[in-house]
Design a protein around this ligand. Structure first.
Ligand code: NOJ
Ligand code: NOJ
Length: 409
């Protein structure tokens, strides 16, 4: 009798998911580990510890800005001195790399671990990077000002000298002068005008303008504000569509991949999350955002077998439906990504659907290795993890979702 009970319980025990609190702690540990690799320039972050198949042992400006944004949020929450020291070290590293010669100036997407620009062929420039970095640093500047340390801000983060030589101003100048130029999007595949990049640029300039004004750099503030508004008009005029809601991209100058036709992508959702709470152009309850989310979520729900195999979990979300990047090559099949799946959870918290958010967390935990590890992707048929292991961005996405949902302890 006893044995019978144990046997029937076994599969459930094997299925037991780790708690969100456990994963949150593990994600913080992994983010710190990937941000303090002994052979990497202090302050730089590897996208993943994986050095081959795929080789992600580089620092991407985007991944690092988002990672530090999550560490800055964590610092704001816990006021942990160790995290603050990491942020100071990061500011130094960013200042260093901004002054390195690269193939595409500040739009350079990816750097060697010694802080020099990558020299191989790559989709460049990627102009979301400077905007995301500026937004994270503006947030840090505000925290320091609140703590009564404007001296550090004026010395190391922002001052009005032209040509710009402070880290935030350099990024704002670059963004204000280059947002009209097509660049590669966050997936590094298509050169054109992209919602994700533009909304990030809009927000960075808006928040940067406020900081510049407070610090007395009034002429620059007016200029950043004006360009921020120009981007806003452009986004509203060009990216809202009656059928899809929000379009992902426009004007692909190199013809793009040739197989990406639907204009449906998780990137606009990431844009809403990453520019929250600052941007107010696109409201989560507006018809265009709701339509976009309905279409996007349904597309992935129908596309991946893991969604119908485990229907009680939240929806596993990928990058875009035509994706062929399997984490190793682009001759494969696209898959759900942890960071995309968690982004939907974060969104549900913003619109007060904690029940649905919980399912998204469970989806991510279910496909993790249950010991705190998360790779980039999970196989769309079997649910097994694949692609770069311990992807920094997967973990920072988990951290961010927990904090935005008010669940971080
Ligand atoms: C690696 C990039 O990081 C990824 O986003 C892309 O899909 C593949 N290369 C193919 O271009
Ligand atoms: C591929 C992703 O498409 C891109 O967004 C990311 O920056 C790199 N991998 C590094 O994680």
């Amino acid at each position: 009798m006893k044995l019978f009970f144990i046997l029937t319980l076994l599969p459930q025990i094997a299925m037991a998911l780790p708690t969100k609190d456990f994963q949150f702690r593990e994600s913080i540990k992994t983010v710190i580990k990937n941000s303090t690799m002994p052979d990497v320039m202090p302050g730089m972050v590897v996208a993943s510890p994986s050095r081959s198949n795929p080789d992600y042992y580089y620092d991407w400006v985007r991944d690092t800005a988002l990672t530090y944004r999550s560490l800055i949020d964590l610092y704001e929450l816990k006021k942990d001195r160790k995290i603050k020291d990491m942020i100071f070290t990061w500011v130094k590293a960013e200042t260093y790399r901004q002054n390195q010669p690269t193939f595409s100036g500040l739009g350079e997407p990816k750097y060697f671990i010694d802080g020099s620009g990558y020299t191989g062929g790559w989709g460049r420039p990627q102009n979301d990077g400077p905007a995301l970095r500026a937004l994270a640093m503006v947030k840090f500047a505000r925290i320091l000002i609140d703590e009564g340390n404007p001296e550090y801000v004026l010395k190391n983060l922002y001052h009005g000298i032209i040509p710009a030589d402070s880290v935030i101003k350099k990024d704002l100048e670059y963004t204000a002068h280059h947002w009209r130029n097509p660049s590669f999007e966050l997936w590094e595949e298509e050169k054109g005008m992209h919602f994700y990049t533009l909304l990030s640029q809009h927000t960075a300039l808006q928040e940067g303008a406020k900081l510049a004004r407070e610090l007395g750099d009034v002429g620059a503030a007016d200029f950043y504000e004006k360009e921020s508004k120009n981007i806003a008009h452009y986004l509203k005029n060009e990216f809202v569509d009656s059928r899809i809601g929000i379009l992902n991209s426009k004007y692909l100058v190199n013809g793009g991949l040739g197989y990406k036709h639907a204009n449906i992508d998780v990137a606009p959702l990431l844009a809403l999350n990453h520019n929250s709470p600052y941007q107010t152009l696109f409201n989560r309850n507006s018809p265009e955002v709701r339509r976009y989310l309905d279409v996007m979520v349904k597309t992935f729900k129908d596309l991946y077998r893991v969604n119908s195999d485990y229907p009680n979990l939240g929806v596993a979300i990928g990058r875009y439906p035509e994706d062929r990047y399997d984490g190793y090559t682009t001759s494969g099949e696209g898959n759900p990504w942890f960071l995309a799946t968690l982004a939907l959870g974060e969104h549900y918290c913003f619109v007060g659907r904690k029940d649905l958010a919980e399912k998204q967390f469970n989806r991510a935990l279910f496909h993790s290795d249950r010991n705190g590890s998360m790779s980039e992707q999970l196989n769309q048929h079997t649910g097994t993890m694949q692609g770069a292991y311990q992807l920094t961005w997967s973990h920072s996405a988990f951290m961010t979702a927990m904090m935005r949902c008010g669940l971080a302890k």
